[in-house]
Design a protein around this ligand. Structure first.
Ligand code: SF4
Length: 291
């Protein structure tokens, strides 16, 4: 079967040939863990049941998970459909996490669409979280209606030149706009349980990059204008230079306090009311899962 599940539309049969993401056809899982450093409404007290897929359709120079997303990760395990369902079911049962959080699922969208009806039944009533980079196809997001409860997309760039230079993602802005708008239609308004854990809805993450304050402002302005200021934003300050960031001088430093405050003030000036802010002291490897 040809893979056209992300904007790259490689059209390859992944049983025979790899596409841009270099992911084989079978699920490749780098790590499964209870994650306590996601947004509080995702991690709660018992953690979020994160399944980190290996590979990615993006190639961010500053990726904090680069060992699993861009390098050949020898510890990654291959799973057939039934084995993957069993892995997820057993994990959420044993750990009593608040949700099943599929991290970087886009390059497995085809396979996930096939098994999600079963998987959802097996782990019911836990919500399924689609934790993605925003470089996705609107049509695929629409197919996830009724299968995914919570979308946790990045909205990285309004500036497509940066998207290509830093992440090798042509046309990122337009794809992310359409995909995230589709997520809002599919998931509806956020709904939380009595413990404050999100059961459905969308939280849009934006990582501020050093020296790229205008990009951040344009992302926030687009959301305010097109999706509304009731949208939940998670403004992230956790950038620190890793992987190949040193190749680009402007990326080879942490965010300054002034940069973070300027974007934060702009967020409030636009009228956003709901979401999450991150302390600047979270910009270290202490908050990144180790692979
Ligand atoms: S998921 Fe991978 S193989 Fe499929 S279209 Fe995207 S980059 Fe290409």
């Amino acid at each position: 079967m040809e893979c056209n599940y992300c904007p790259f539309e490689c059209g390859v049969d992944r049983q025979l040939k790899l596409g841009v993401c270099k992911a084989p056809a079978e699920f490749t899982v780098a790590k499964v863990m209870a994650h306590f450093w996601e947004e509080p409404c995702i991690s709660g007290q018992r953690g979020s049941g994160t399944v980190f897929f290996a590979h990615c359709n993006a190639a961010c120079l500053f990726c904090q998970n680069y060992k699993i997303s861009q390098l050949r990760f020898p510890k990654a395990q291959i799973y057939q459909d039934e084995e993957f369902i069993e892995l997820c079911r057993n994990f959420v049962k044993e750990t009593r996490v608040h949700n099943l959080n599929l991290v970087s699922p886009t390059h497995y969208a085809g396979r996930l669409l096939r098994i999600l009806p079963r998987l959802k039944q097996e782990i019911s009533p836990l919500p399924i979280v689609w934790n993605s980079n925003g470089y996705e196809k609107e049509s695929v997001i629409e197919e996830l209606a009724g299968l995914v409860d919570v979308f946790l997309p990045d909205f990285k760039y309004a500036d497509n030149t940066l998207a290509v230079k830093f992440s090798r993602l042509p046309g990122y802005f337009e794809y992310a706009c359409r995909a995230i708008a589709a997520m809002q239609k599919v998931a509806g308004d956020p709904l939380f349980d009595q413990d404050g854990i999100i059961q459905r809805g969308v939280i849009i993450r934006h990582l501020i990059l050093p020296g790229q304050i205008e990009n951040s402002k344009r992302v926030l302005a687009w959301i305010a204008e097109n999706l509304g200021t009731q949208s939940y934003i998670s403004l992230m300050s956790q950038y620190y230079p890793v992987h190949r960031a040193a190749e680009v001088p402007e990326l080879n430093r942490r965010l300054t306090e002034e940069e973070y405050r300027e974007v934060e003030e702009y967020l409030f000036a636009l009228g956003f009311e709901s979401g999450f802010l991150q302390d600047l002291d979270s910009n270290s490897a202490d908050y990144t899962p180790q692979f």
